[in-house]
Design a protein around this ligand. Structure first.
Ligand code: NAI
Ligand code: AKG
Length: 533
């Protein structure tokens, strides 16, 4: 099947720019400790992300060496050495902090809590990445997620480095008061070590955290280290709008996933590869994880014409061939203490839905859910990776060979960090979107038509068309954010597609996204040089 893909994709590429896999002798080696990863059933999360990175680095190394021909004084060997050093640097984690601190529970019991924060490459500051609360949080997981963040921010061109944090707790077992104590104490541990700050590293929500936790974090900073900092609100994104958050951040990751998918679904060349008509109409969708990302993604895809036929949650799965209404299920999930169990408008089913018949699968829960063991049974032709790291390398290969189009996490779920960037800008600029210019632009458009009509003396002969009206009336912050997100997702999609073509990667969009991102970090590191301080 894969061979069928090749000629079509190659047709899109200019033969001159294809970096033939056989024309170069690879020097960049997959590190020894990662050699087994592509076949492993359950690789370590960080090793699996490392593996993806190094595999992409191998493909692009010749191009990077060639790029350094811009330095005529460098010998070939020096160029190779420089590239090799950069590749190692980009593949390494700068800081990994583990902190343990005590809290006193509501009933007087003492408990030790462990948290983490990892910084990947510091090619750009501040670093950026969410904070998750879950029982599987450990150093390996947080390192993997920070790694991914570095390439994700580069992929969508937001000027941040990559980081991630987490606390090993099951938040369901703590009261809100206890969670507040834990969040504030964790914030202090990070602040004392200079690990977060508006210009250092800016957290955001992730699994089991949201506006509430971000409010506590901001408040802790404002009242301590940040009391004198005019940019104090920029210590985190994903805050409530009332304290400097941005309209649209909560839904942003799901919205971004939808926009990412559209960039492929509306592209005839890519849809021809799947034998699909373009667009969402009548495409059936199954989502895994109905939290922030999964529920919002479901909402947008259904709004666009797809049918949600299955929802797999941690405790139960729901199916309905006639479609599940995501808004209705979201309301139920929220009222039902974040569970879809007992929802009457769909059938409950035990076990996984990942192998069930559908067109599009959206893994939006957690990492390593598509593995060597279940990838063979996946029937979907398109996978939208809302979660970070849902596919192991073994699964990735099986799926690609089955002609499945995987829109990879680093791009597919980057809507969150993109809108976080807009929020960060709002905070450091101290002005909300549209405040200064939207009314003036609207008036300008109206005046253009007024003057055309009065010059022509015809009564209202000239009118803005629907598209111009839409732009003129796009005045709310949420609309401006949506338009910005659209631009970002489209630009990144174009870049990824171009890399896929140039390197003849067929349907391997993950490697394409890595290459697209690595190249940007490489160029940033390369021009600034490697400091010896
Ligand atoms: N919140 C955000 O803005 C972003 C989140 N992500 C990633 O998306 C994924 C989900 O994050 P959120 O939606 O924010 O978390 P969340 O905590 O809001 O929701 C996660 C949902 O997945 C369910 N779940 C967990 N394990 C499951 C399993 N094995 N099978 C089925 N359901 C399961 C949970 O019960 C919960 O309903 C994570 O991988 C996260 O890192 C990525 C980019 C941004
Ligand atoms: O919004 C952000 O800054 C980070 C979101 C995040 O943690 C992620 O994309 O995985």
């Amino acid at each position: 099947m894969l061979n069928l893909l090749k000629p079509k994709i190659l047709m899109l590429a200019s033969p001159k720019v294809i970096y033939s896999l056989s024309a170069f002798r690879y020097k960049h080696e997959i590190p020894k400790h990662l050699e087994k990863v592509p076949k492993e059933k359950d690789p370590s999360f960080s090793q699996m992300i490392e593996y993806y990175y190094h595999a992409a680095a191998q493909v692009m190394e010749p191009m990077m060496i060639k790029e350094l021909e811009k330095y005529p004084y460098m010998k070939k060997e020096q160029r190779e050495q420089r590239v090799s050093a950069m590749l190692k640097l980009m593949g390494s984690t700068t800081n990994l902090l583990e902190v343990t601190f005590p809290i006193i529970r509501g009933d007087g019991r003492y408990e030790l809590i462990t948290g983490y924060r990892a910084h990947h490459t510091r090619h750009r500051l501040p670093l950026k990445g969410g904070i998750r609360y879950a029982m599987d949080v450990d150093a390996d997981e947080i390192r993997a997620l920070a790694y991914l963040m570095a390439f994700k921010t580069a992929c969508v061109n937001v000027p941040f480095g990559g980081s991630k944090g987490g606390i090993r707790i099951d938040p369901k077992k703590y009261t809100a008061q206890e969670l507040q104590t834990i969040t504030r104490r964790y914030t202090m541990e990070l602040l004392r070590r200079n690990m977060i700050g508006p210009g250092i590293d800016v957290p955001a929500p992730d699994v089991n955290t949201g506006e509430r936790e971000m409010s506590w974090l901001v408040d802790q900073y404002v009242k301590t280290f940040g009391y004198n900092d005019v940019n104090a609100l920029a210590i985190t994104t994903g805050k409530p709008v009332a304290i400097g958050g941005i309209n649209g951040r909560t839904a942003a990751t799901g919205r971004g996933l939808f926009k990412a998918a559209e960039c492929f679904l509306n592209d005839k060349d890519w849809m021809d590869l799947l034998g699909w008509k373009t667009g969402w109409k009548d495409k059936t969708v199954i989502v895994q994880g109905f939290g922030n990302v999964g529920s919002h993604a479901s909402l947008f895809v259904v709004e666009a014409g797809a049918k949600l036929i299955g929802v797999q949650e941690i405790d139960v799965s729901l199916v309905n061939e006639n479609g599940i209404d995501p808004k209705d299920l979201m309301d139920y999930y929220t009222k039902n203490k974040k569970s879809v169990k007992g929802y009457m408008k769909a059938k409950e089913k035990s076990g996984s839905l990942l192998g069930e018949k559908c067109d599009i699968l959206m893994p939006c829960a957690t990492q390593k859910v598509l593995t060597a063991e279940n990838a063979g049974s996946v029937q979907a032709k398109m996978i939208l990776e809302g979660a970070n790291g849902p596919s192991t390398p073994a699964a990735d290969e099986i799926l690609r060979k089955k002609n499945v189009l995987i829109v990879p996490d680093m791009y597919c779920n980057a809507g969150g960090v993109t809108v976080s960037y807009f929020e960060y800008l709002k905070n450091i600029n101290h002005v909300s979107y549209g405040k200064m210019h939207v009314k003036r632009e609207q008036a300008m458009i109206n005046e253009i038509f007024n003057s055309l009509n009065s010059a022509d003396k015809g009564k209202d002969k000239f009118k803005p068309n629907v598209d111009l009206e839409r732009i003129r009336d796009c005045t709310r912050e949420a609309d401006i954010v949506d338009a910005g997100l659209q631009t970002v997702m489209e630009t990144a999609a174009e870049g990824i597609k171009q890399v896929a073509n140039e390197f003849a990667l067929c349907n391997d969009l993950r490697t394409a996204a890595f290459i697209y991102s690595i190249l940007k970090i490489f160029r940033a590191l390369e021009v600034t040089g490697i400091s010896q301080q």
